[in-house]
Write a protein that binds this ligand. Structure first.
Ligand code: NAP
Ligand code: ZN
Length: 354
């Protein structure tokens, strides 16, 4: 084990609480990464607040990481010191099951996540809100040269999480038929989904609780239409108009009104992960022969594929940079739905910025 960092978890007037976090040594298949940037996913907030009842404290969040390799193990073939890389949600998997063998490691039933997982040596995994990390080369990807390391960081979770459902629904094919795509929730995941859908020529409708986002969504992100989901008349006017709807919402909501937006045989794909079960009425399903499905992030081959696609189409995230001492404020703003559209922590600071 190596000393990773001193984390100041609480700063009270008379008392400084310091927690010593340990991470594993760089093994033969591992790389050590100097973390430059880390995106702040809503999943980090769910963990910090223990929304899902699974957080093991002390928890070092962060699974949207970009950085530079500073050390490679003796069996590492994919990378060398100095490479620009990214780490997403996955830290380890069994490598033997049908899902690992087809690089769908995210569906391995022994999957361990980048943070709040239990690594094979029994240590609790620590994420990218940290100056350095050790990762198995299998779960590390290259960041294309033309992408900025800060705005590329959120792609490691937000990007791959929306890439997979869109690819599965054949929405990311260069010569595919343009479709009517709806995105529920214009946050970190949602704004990346808009960029992907627009890059492939689809007609994009944002379905949002925030009317203040409409102008920017159209002008800056190129969205074609905007429905205020809290206005029943707007929802009713757009019934049966969409082929595919991606649900990125982090809080409880009933699925019924959103299902009504789909054409017959349309698909509602859920990636948002509210802490409470959502209401799924049967009538909009059976009257429209509609499908509801879900997915969790993506496998490693697809993660590299997604990064390369972002490089090719020059797609990165719209970010607000914060310094490590602003993390608590940023988490509060994320909880208040007050970010355009992803906070990224400048972990390394100016001195080593690329
Ligand atoms: P985010 O940046 O906070 O965006 C979530 C958006 O949901 C908000 O911007 C807001 O958009 C909308 N929203 C919030 N509260 C709402 C409510 N009560 N009703 C309707 N809409 C509401 O979060 P994120 O980082 O994109 O993550 C979104 C969710 O995906 C989280 O639950 C996260 O844990 C989950 N996630 C899942 C995976 C996976 O593998 N499946 C991966 C990453 C994240 P508007 O203002 O436009 O309404
Ligand atoms: Zn995430």
């Amino acid at each position: 084990m190596t000393i990773k960092s001193f984390i100041c978890c609480d700063y009270l007037p008379m008392k400084l609480i310091v927690i010593l976090i340990m991470i594993r040594e760089n093994g033969v298949n591992d790389v050590t990464i100097k973390v430059l940037y880390c995106g702040m996913c809503h999943t980090d907030l769910h963990h910090v607040r223990n929304d899902w009842g699974i957080t093991m404290y002390p928890c070092v969040p962060g699974h949207e990481i970009t950085g530079l390799i500073t050390k490679v193990g003796k069996d590492v073939t994919k990378f060398k010191v100095g490479d620009k890389v990214g780490v997403g949600c996955l830290a380890a998997s069994c490598l033997e099951c049908e899902f690992c063998k087809t690089s769908q490691e995210n569906y391995c039933d022994q999957i361990q996540f980048t943070y709040n997982g239990i690594f094979w040596d029994g240590s609790i995994t620590c994420g990218g809100y940290s100056k350095m990390m050790v990762a198995d080369q299998r779960y590390v990807v290259r960041v294309p040269e033309n992408l900025p390391m800060d705005a590329a960081a959120p792609m490691l979770c937000a990007g791959i999480t929306v890439y997979c459902p869109m690819k599965d629904s054949k929405l990311l094919e260069p010569s595919g038929t343009p479709k009517k795509v709806g995105i529920i929730g214009l946050g970190g995941l949602g704004h990346v989904a808009v960029k992907f859908a627009k890059a492939f020529g689809h007609y994009v409708t944002i379905i949002s609780t925030s009317p203040s986002k409409e102008k920017e969504a159209k002008q800056r992100l190129g969205a074609d239409d905007f429905i205020e989901s809290t206005d029943p008349s707007q929802m009713k006017a757009k019934k049966r108009t969409l082929d595919f709807v991606l649900d990125t919402v982090s809080a409880y909501h009933s699925l019924g009104p959103y299902l009504e937006l789909l054409k017959v045989e349309g698909t509602l794909h859920i990636v948002g992960a509210p802490d409470k079960p959502m209401d799924l009425p049967s009538f909009p399903l059976i009257f429209g022969k509609r499908t509801v499905k879900g997915s969790m992030t993506g496998g490693m081959i697809e993660t590299q594929e997604m990064m390369d696609m972002c490089g090719k189409y020059n797609i990165s995230c719209d970010i607000e940079m914060v310094t490590p001492d602003q993390i608590n404020d940023a988490l509060q703003r994320l909880a208040n739905n007050d970010v355009r559209y992803r906070f990224v922590i400048d972990i390394a600071g100016k001195s080593s910025r690329l």
